[in-house]
Design a protein around this ligand. Structure first.
Ligand SMILES: [Zn+2]
Length: 81
């Protein structure tokens, strides 16, 4: 069954302004593999809409192990009922 999913930009090209309310953004720690959902307002606050998400997440600090390097992100689509 075909699903009517909104277009999802490739992650390397995903910009802050591409974020919609049905996107679930997760940060994944490179070192300890901790995955945490990140609120949109925590991402968009104080950054330009043209900023790429991958750039922002590289600077993120893991709350579990404190790692700041090579952290990645994942964007999933929330199921809409
Ligand atoms: Zn970590």
């Amino acid at each position: 069954m075909a699903r009517d999913a909104p277009h999802l930009a490739p992650l390397y090209d995903f910009r802050v302004e591409d974020l919609c309310q049905w996107h679930i953004v997760e940060a994944i720690c490179f070192r300890c593999r901790r995955t945490a959902e990140v609120r949109h307002d925590a991402i968009t606050r104080g950054v330009r809409g043209t900023e790429r998400l991958t750039n922002l997440f590289r600077k993120l600090k893991c709350t579990n192990c404190g790692n700041r390097e090579d952290n990645r992100l994942a964007v999933r689509l929330m199921s809409r009922n």
